[in-house]
Design a protein around this ligand. Sequence first.
Ligand SMILES: NC(=O)c1ccc[n+]([C@@H]2O[C@H](COP(=O)([O-])OP(=O)(O)OC[C@H]3O[C@@H](n4cnc5c(N)ncnc54)[C@H](OP(=O)(O)O)[C@@H]3O)[C@@H](O)[C@H]2O)c1
Length: 348
Amino acid sequence: MAQDKPFGWGIMGTGAIAGLFAADLDLLPQARIVAAHSRSLEKAQSFVARFDGAKAYDDEAAFLADPAIEAVYIATPNHLHAAQALKAIAAGKPVLIEKPIALASADVEAISQAAGKRGVFAMEALWSRFLPAVHRAREQISAGRIGAIRRIRADLSYLHPEGPGSRFYDPALGGGAAFDLGVYPVSLTLHLLGEPEAVRGNWFAAGTGVDRRSSFRLDYPTAVAELSCGFDRNGANRLLIEGEAGGLILKAPFLKVQRLSWYADADKAVAAYDRGPGSLARLLDRLPQSGRLSESFAFPGNGLQFQAQAVMAAVRAGKSACAQMPLGESAAVLRIIEAVRAGPAGAA
Ligand SMILES: NC(=O)c1ccc[n+]([C@@H]2O[C@H](COP(=O)([O-])OP(=O)(O)OC[C@H]3O[C@@H](n4cnc5c(N)ncnc54)[C@H](OP(=O)(O)O)[C@@H]3O)[C@@H](O)[C@H]2O)c1
């Protein structure tokens, strides 16, 4: 980082992901938390207690005016992201916004316009794109390691029983599987293949009306992506990329991938992917196999530090966007979700 002064982060929200982000910033000596905002001053005070000199706020405007904050990390429920991002931008603060960046693609356009007009950095916190294994996969695929991509398949599912008070199912908080989980496989697919020519899919409603499960079929001129997500089970949570000259599996959970398996024969990658997450599959996975090469990209912490590093570098370089995670792709992901949600819900 160009300057010696540690980069000052301000965090909005003091829940689960805010805690993980703070823990991952501990891994970056050049980063520090200088302020937190909560609806409750006591919660903000307790959140910043371990950070020397950090300030606690329960007033948004005062928080956003804090000169020590070089970037704001928005870690509140989904329905607040867009409005808080616009306020941060209006205050001239670079902003990293938790996923989904907004509940509607039009809101991303508004964020993009405001950031462009003000010359302020804004990015969705789709941290998986910044993981070393994803960087390696993209670089190797571009270099032709598995030939042109023919198909991407992924399911991302975590069991969350429907119950009162769950943000996952609450429409008022922007709940639903697509917003919570679907953004990961859809965004990674766009990272590899760009925007699709056509989108199809279906979704199944929970009792609250949000989607409990969604699936997406993205058509490209010479490739297809078959993606799904849900709260109705724990899934295998791997991502398969079939190329014309080989295959690649991003190991589970692919949103936090630390291991890649490359296959010289795409059919063998498909067979391994289709074996599912059982114990036989795990055993076969550990045995050496001709035509398969695994690479490890282990990292400490939760994996949020890589996106934080990218934001700090971009902000300190005076950039208003990050080439690795452009707002245009955040909007494209939401347009895909919108296209699927525009259809009727299927039978559960
Ligand atoms: N990157 C990832 O891997 C990842 C993982 C989990 C979640 N997320 C995203 O991070 C965001 C927060 O998720 P989380 O799991 O951290 O949720 P959470 O534990 O419920 O925390 C959200 C925080 O937002 C604040 N908040 C402000 N207004 C609120 C309201 N009306 N209702 C509830 N909370 C409110 C609360 O902090 P105060 O009480 O201090 O105001 C609360 O602690 C979501 O957008 C989610 O999609 C990302």
